[in-house]
Design a protein around this ligand. Structure first.
Ligand SMILES: NC(=O)c1ccc[n+]([C@@H]2O[C@H](COP(=O)([O-])OP(=O)(O)OC[C@H]3O[C@@H](n4cnc5c(N)ncnc54)[C@H](OP(=O)(O)O)[C@@H]3O)[C@@H](O)[C@H]2O)c1
Length: 259
């Protein structure tokens, strides 16, 4: 069987570099590096095929992996859809309008969009939804996350996604129950709120805990990331899964077989 050719958009970025390293490590049988794209201002000299033009990368790839920036992602996903090539999107910070474009593109080709490619976080999210539904509204839900000192957004997108999973378990789809700020005379906790707390420091890759506080007992579900390579491995696992799917929009729960 032919090798599956993987094109890596943003291949010189932190995540793109890790995806390329994983492909070249030999740990993934049946895959090869088709090449990578770099930002227009970057040089094209390197050890593999490099281009500024996403169409060139798409033409030589069986599947694309994208960890770039929203503007680059928007262009890539449309061109990949037109070429009927599967595309894995790991870029975060996409607007609702961008996400709508992804939904439209997924009518033409398989697209997997996952702001967190970790298998552990994907399972945690499913467990949080299940726990929230099973324990019911009498249990108070709080979410804690910690990241390295350089992280600029808070709470993390993953913490917010865990909050949405908890709210969904209670059949509350919105963010209206989220509480981000308790300071001074904050008053007692309201019944349905989901509180977020954040720590920043050192080189923490990413810790997330969802607490369920009941009467006389509590449940704590924790995930700790120790190495960003896990996201690259998740993206490759997703790529090998996606290549066999029909057009549609998928996420990491689909890859893990969790519905
Ligand atoms: N889904 C997940 O599990 C997951 C995990 C980690 C990170 N992420 C997300 O992935 C994205 C990238 O993260 P990162 O840490 O790798 O950031 P990064 O180091 O800044 O990498 C982004 C790369 O994309 C390049 N780029 C920008 N425009 C491009 C274009 N038009 N064509 C090709 N390449 C282009 C950038 O080049 P220049 O630097 O020259 O602009 C940079 O090398 C972020 O949105 C991050 O939040 C997702």
């Amino acid at each position: 069987m032919d090798q599956i050719k993987i094109g890596v958009a943003g291949c010189r970025g932190r995540m793109g570099t890790l995806v390329v390293q994983e492909i070249l490590s030999g740990a993934w049988k049946g895959v090869e590096l088709a090449g990578g794209s770099v930002a227009p201002n970057e040089s094209l000299s390197g050890d593999c095929f490099l281009t500024h033009d996403p169409q060139e990368l798409i033409d030589r790839s069986d599947v694309l992996i994208d960890f770039t920036m929203p503007e680059a992602t928007r262009r890539l996903v449309w061109l990949a859809a037109k070429a009927h090539k599967p595309c894995i999107i790991g870029t975060t910070g996409l607007t609702p309008a961008d996400e709508k474009e992804i939904v439209d593109a997924a009518r033409e080709a398989p697209v997997l969009y996952a702001p967190n490619m970790s298998a552990g976080i994907t399972l945690l999210s499913a467990l949080v939804e299940q726990a929230s539904a099973a324990l019911g509204p009498d249990w108070d839900i709080e979410i804690f996350e910690a990241h390295h000192r350089a992280k600029i957004d808070a709470p993390s997108g993953t913490a917010l996604a865990l909050g949405r999973a908890a709210a969904k378990g209670r059949e509350d789809e919105g963010r209206k129950s989220f509480v981000f700020d308790r300071n001074g005379a904050a008053g007692p906790r309201t019944k349905n709120e989901i509180g977020f707390s954040v720590a920043r420091g050192g080189d923490v890759t990413g810790d997330h805990t969802v607490f369920f506080y009941g009467a006389g007992e509590r449940l704590e579900l924790t995930h700790r990331a120790t190495d960003r390579t896990l996201f690259a491995r998740g993206a490759l696992r997703a790529a090998l899964w996606l290549i066999h799917r029909p057009p549609g929009l998928y996420n990491m729960r689909d890859v893990l077989g969790l519905i």
